[in-house]
Design a protein around this ligand. Structure first.
Ligand code: C2O
Ligand code: CU
Length: 525
């Protein structure tokens, strides 16, 4: 494809003929970072989640049709669940298209996975129940309707899901060579959970990063012409606003970063050059904090980082994601630079110099990351098992192993607790990534090299660089209560690729025939 892919400048004449793409203004003051409300299950474990439509003003005085959950016109509340406590989600579809709710990163029985065979029709309400059982982590939820995930997420259907562990669930000991399912992994100790910032919206912030293309009329565009990876927008919204600013009286913040974009990867860093202290990956905390200059997140990946907020403030920005050896870095958005989140210190910048005093006052928390007093070990992480059933997944074009998604085909059959090693090979010269449902896995190596420490923890989505093989250790949990016998999915999480069929079906402890029969029952065979 060479350098033929379009930059925004190149695109302008094309757009002028229909509706012009807008330059979204960032005001000097910025926009306060919206903190989505927390949605927690009631005493019976129940909560309601309703997908609906609304309008949002991304451009001044221009309404954009958007979707959201629970009355939000864009995105949804942050759901917080506890490990080991059963939940019942009462999901209502108030949109005019079929939808589902998929709990991305959660180990769930197939009947609760929110896959495409199980759509909730407009006007319908569905109750799904499961018991979260895996280490505390930053997960998310989004729709997964057949061939329509990209457009529903793009309109705003997505939210963060924080899994906590109020009951300190620490099953047995996980020794170096024991079963590597995340369902058996202990949660972090109470000491660690208490030492880390955990005041939601105060020193523990959800940060959902998305790019969009929006016209001057406020219409959200779905594609870039000629883009191999899907939508690459010049407008980046953080928790749904352009130019997000958060003013805090805290010196140390925990940011839960989610790349909720369609196709864009971000290289996240601080403009001050100070390091990001990475404490968690997709599926939970790392064994110890890792300082990095920059962390790359491809679509659907998460990272938890600690940052210090100096008097003069600091800005989280994105530039130069580490995409590996892509043939055309510019064409996949690699050269684009964005402001993601400006962090201002409430006491900073004062002309009288009083802002410089470091508060020892408990109400504004520790003065530095060192002052958090974190124990040496954040989480116990079992060594991944390098062995077991081997699987090969080749990514090329919009296919996996030379096949497109078939709603009536089962691509592989797995069993719980049987270790597997999947080799995921990107044969293209442009990016893909790879996500597996119902599991947290571990990277063994990337074309022979061990993963960097910030990628060595629990993962459910990985970036797959062009012409590289990523080997991962996979072990699925058992779900005794799953009677649906429906399959799960693995897929590229570049949403256009996913909707175009870059996806396969697998089962856990269910035979191919049982799963085919179950699919037939849904009318989606
Ligand atoms: Cu984030 Cu199959 O999904
Ligand atoms: Cu892909």
């Amino acid at each position: 494809a060479g350098g033929a892919l379009l930059s925004v400048a190149a695109l302008a004449p094309v757009l002028a003929s229909c509706s012009r793409e807008a330059e979204v203004p960032v005001t000097d003051a910025g926009s306060p970072l919206p903190i989505p409300p927390l949605l927690e299950p009631d005493a019976d474990g129940r909560f309601a989640l309703t997908a609906g439509r609304g309008t949002t003003e991304f451009l001044p005085d221009v309404a954009t049709d958007t979707w959201g959950y629970n009355g939000q016109t864009y995105l949804g509340p942050t759901i917080r669940m506890q490990r080991g406590r059963p939940i019942e989600a009462v999901i209502t579809n108030d949109t005019d298209e079929e939808t589902t709710v998929h709990w991305h990163g959660m180990l769930v029985p197939a009947h609760a996975d929110g896959g495409p065979h199980d759509p909730i029709q407009p006007g319908e309400t569905r109750t799904v129940a499961f018991t979260p059982d895996q280490p505390a982590a930053t997960l998310w939820y989004h729709p997964h309707p057949h061939e329509a995930t990209a457009q529903q997420v793009r309109r705003g259907l997505a939210g963060m899901l924080i899994l906590d562990d109020a009951d300190g669930h620490t099953p047995g000991t996980v020794s170096g060579d024991s079963v590597p399912s995340a369902a058996e992994a202990p949660s972090p100790s109470a000491e660690v959970l208490a030492a880390l910032p955990h005041g939601y919206g105060v020193d523990d912030l959800p940060v959902v990063i998305q790019d969009m293309r929006i016209t001057e009329d406020g219409e959200l565009l779905g594609h870039n012409f000629n883009s191999e990876v899907g939508l690459l927008g010049r407008t980046v919204v953080t928790n749904g606003v352009v130019g997000a600013v958060h003013t805090t009286d805290r010196r140390v913040l925990r940011l839960r970063l989610l790349n909720g974009s369609q196709a864009r990867s971000y290289g996240l860093r601080l403009d001050s050059g100070a390091p990001l202290t990475v404490i968690g990956s997709d599926g939970g905390l790392l064994p110890e904090p890792v300082e990095v200059e920059s962390i790359s997140l491809s679509p659907a990946e998460r990272a938890e980082v600690l940052v210090e907020v100096p008097d003069e403030g600091v800005t989280l920005m994105s530039s130069e994601p580490d995409l590996g050896n892509v043939a055309d870095y510019e064409a996949v958005g690699g050269e684009d630079e964005f402001t993601i989140l400006r962090l201002e210190h409430a006491g900073g910048g004062g002309a009288d110099g009083s802002g410089g005093s470091v508060s020892a006052d408990d109400s504004t928390g520790p003065a530095s990351i060192a002052d958090l007093g974190l124990p040496a070990q954040l989480a116990a992480l079992p060594a991944p098992t390098d062995g077991g059933q081997e699987r090969q997944m080749t990514l090329r074009g919009r296919q996996i192993n030379g096949r497109s998604m078939d709603m009536g085909r089962i691509d592989l059959v797995s069993s719980s607790h049987q270790p597997e090693v999947w080799q995921v090979s990107n044969l293209d010269s442009s990016p893909h990534n790879f996500h597996i449902h119902n599991v947290q896995f571990r990277i063994l190596d990337i074309s022979g090299d061990p993963p960097p420490p910030e990628m060595a923890g629990w993962k459910d989505t990985i970036y797959t660089p062009p012409q590289r093989d990523v080997r991962i250790a996979v072990a699925f949990p058992a779900h005794e209560d799953d009677h649906s016998q429906l399959p799960y999915m693995y897929h590229c999480h570049l949403m256009l690729h996913e909707d175009d069929g870059m996806m396969g079906h697998f089962t856990v402890d269910v035979t191919e025939q049982e799963a085919l029969d179950a699919l037939q029952g849904t009318g989606h065979e």
